[in-house]
Write a new protein. Structure first.
Length: 324
């Protein structure tokens, strides 16, 4: 067994950032693990930009275009990847931790009888073996795990690595899919698109998050106002989500999403380990909390001790004034 296969997911005609991050990391591992670095792009009506993955390290890109691969269901993708694995015998298959990616990785591991490490935040080589690091016990500990047999399937948390270009080129290979009747049994009967204008957390360059310190769900309006003024996404702590104050897709943390924006503003968030795991790689962290002993001040770049209901409106007005 040799080589690495990265599952490259697209959205709106562009590659998901986590796919580019994973491919960049895989490029660092090829020397130790051996073999070529390949990527697979599967979808319906996918654009002709597959060759762009060469810039991130892919030597070969398999392109699979079929209507069944654009439904958002995992089973057709599993058929495609399992066939590629049978033909190429990759030692590792890396999948980005998106909603679709999680389904694909789990079903693929079951199909191949392979081991799966989920929520991998780092990948390294231990000799010629792949090693994954992932959080455990609510993020309080980190576990290094290896596979006892191949292929090694790793599900990578978004924003765990930088996406970096190497300037290479890739051979693009068009593949005719063989999708089973069983994979086509499930049907998508309806779709509910995300609200127009909403910025996705994992792709956002700025995030304003609210926590239990807001006191009530209606007070998230102050967080949303600042986010709107900045052009930022809105996040929430687990406590706020568990209380029903804000939707789960906006949760940042160990059981939510991992983010790495240029600016992260935490409003009324204590900074428990579970939340820290999800946002600690942000370039600049600003914490606003009336409790001067809140744990978040220990790792924030800038801390403001005070009443967020007085601070946020003033900050929002100042941002609007600076923007003219």
């Amino acid at each position: 067994m040799a080589g690495i296969l990265v599952v490259a997911e697209t959205s709106g005609g562009n590659f998901r950032r986590v796919s580019l991050e994973t491919l960049s990391k895989a490029r660092e591992l090829t020397g130790a693990l051996g073999g070529p670095l390949a990527a697979v792009v599967a979808g319906s009506g996918i654009s002709g930009n597959a060759g762009d993955l060469g810039a991130y390290g892919a030597e070969k890109v398999f392109v699979v275009d079929n209507e069944a691969l654009g439904t958002g269901l995992a089973a057709p993708h599993v058929d495609v990847i399992a066939k590629l694995q049978a033909e190429n015998d990759f030692s590792a298959i890396l999948v980005g931790g998106t909603a679709l990616g999680r389904d694909i990785a789990a079903a693929l591991a079951a199909r191949l009888g392979a081991g799966l490490n989920s929520d991998s935040i780092d990948l390294t080589a231990n000799g010629s073996a792949l090693r994954a690091r992932r959080p455990a016990f609510g993020g309080q500990n980190l576990v290094d795990a290896e596979w006892t047999s191949g292929p090694a399937i790793a599900l990578v948390r978004p924003n765990s690595f930088p996406a970096s270009e190497s300037g290479g080129t890739a051979e693009v290979v068009t593949v005719t899919p063989e999708i089973s009747d069983a994979a086509l049994a499930a049907k998508v009967t309806a779709r509910k698109p995300a609200e127009a204008g909403k910025i996705g957390l994992e792709e956002a360059s700025m995030i304003v998050s609210g926590g239990r310190g807001l006191g009530a769900p209606e007070n998230f309006a102050t967080v949303e106002a600042l986010a709107s003024a900045l052009g930022a996404a809105v996040g929430a702590s687990r406590a706020a989500v568990d209380a029903g104050w804000y939707p789960h897709p906006n949760q940042v943390g160990q059981t939510g999403k991992t983010v790495s924006p240029n600016l992260y503003i935490a409003c009324g968030i204590s900074g428990a380990v579970q939340h820290k795991v999800g946002m600690q790689t942000s370039d600049v962290i600003i914490a606003i909390n009336k409790d001067e002993d809140a744990p978040i001040f220990q790792f924030a770049d800038l801390g403001v001790v005070g009443d967020l209901f007085e601070i946020l409106p003033q900050l929002t007005d100042l941002v609007k004034a600076r923007q003219g």
